[in-house]
Design a protein around this ligand. Sequence first.
Ligand code: SGN
Ligand code: CA
Length: 544
Amino acid sequence: MNKRFVLIPVSLAAFAANAQQATRPNIVYIMTDDHTAQMMSCYDTRFVETPNLDRIARDGVRFTHSYVANSLSGPSRACMLTGKHSHKNGFTNNEHGIFDGSQQTMPKLLQAAGYETCLIGKWHLVSTPTGFNHWEILPAQGDYYNPTFIHMDGTRSADSGYVTRIITDKAIEWMEQRLSPQRGGAGRGAPFALFIHHKACHRAWLPALEDLRLYEDKTFALPPEFHDDYATREAAGKTEMEIGKDMDIVYDTKMFVSPKETPRTRLSDSYQNMIGRLSPAEREQYDAFYVPLSRAFYEKWGTDYNFLPHQAQSSVEGSRDAELLEWKYQRYMRDYAKVVHALDQEVGRLLDYLEKAGLLDNTLVVYTSDQGFYMGEHGWFDKRFMYEESLSTPLVMRLPKGCERRGIIDEMVQNIDYAPTFLDLAGAPIPEDIQGVSLLPLLKGEAATAADKQAIKNWRDAIYYHYYEYPAEHNVRRHYGIRTDRYKLMHFYGHDVNKWELFDLQNDPHEMHNLYGQPGMEKLQEQLHRRLEELQIQYDDPQR
Ligand code: SGN
Ligand code: CA
């Protein structure tokens, strides 16, 4: 673990203390919800263009092996805040978790080190935020349109507009206020850490009204393993996250005319609640786009709409099922892409603000997501699995002065590393019980010390993962595992499953061939089991 203890002599004059503080970098941490690397053009050019997110990578660094510890919102956020795996921070799943805000967290440690901290947006940890000088959060998942915010005094109020824009406005307003002594702000004297947690691009991917028509001419290519039959992967065959059979025709693909002319589905009431938040004028704009599409859909397919059968059975070319399945995929991709577009624009606006305010050069800007997502790979939407698309999360950074590294960083990093990295950057000690490691040695470039170089040389050779939320929506079984640079070993356990999976990511990047138990795998299996057990002991996970 990399530690950097900065001793601040008590005898330092106030002036010197201020000068030292002023040079400490600010931290602007932007975390989106369910934004996956396939939908970010600096990672993948197939689907969308994200010039502003790419700008962060272009001016800074892009991590190619960035992972979460538990691919779900609340747990992921708890890992980020504490620098610890789920079994240590106590928030293992969204269904039953209440984050214990009395525990040690990175924002509290930053405060103790003299940072002013602020959180705007999705929180999703049930308990009241602790460790922030200012916060304004969305209740639970929050809403895209005219969203309600919870304020520090417990009151709630709705803001007018689109959530991605409003969150950005609030973040900029907080920085403006704190830069202005006339408005009671600390001015430039004290460093700050601002956590901007977007709702975008969470289900049900509701676009900004001005973006409704974007991407409508684009036909997205089906991912190669779209028609996966899940052979050799038992848990993968048991989910409820297939685009064909599980995506709700009203809620997800937005095929809604009126309650009378639209079939009632499992989530059609929720859909009406979501779009019911629009003002009459906004609703008119929304309907002008989706209602004609919906009419055409029901005219063609009828209103006795049934969910499609299992993905693989819907693959017969030219069949009704195949056509419908591909149609659903296109709708999904287009709406998600529109939501990403607004996000990209708003991140651009935030970067412009930082530049204009003279903050950019002394600020670490992080862009990441709470996990990755399936864009049709294996026929899926959603996340949760330790397979590559949802184990991974985008991670790009624009670095402050003193961190001169640029370009690609290939080392394996995880969201438990953010807390120690921010503390390290702030010159604050990293407590022993934090399980992540500081990424600072990777960021320094020319300025790397001998100790940094040693840390890079001894970088971790495997990451540990543990997902707990079952039984629950989407039916992904509990599992844990490790990923090395080439292999992945996972164990699905509990309830009706007890299965191991082993993948060679070099020869099988889409994880279609489970090699576990295959002849010739004995030695590799044994090595991976040993490494898994070592990590479970190192991280003190009682599940083994
Ligand atoms: C909601 C969604 C799920 C999603 C979970 C967790 N259903 O329950 O599709 O998996 O959130 O997402 S919805 O009908 O409410 O849209 S997470 O990112 O917050 O963990
Ligand atoms: Ca999420």
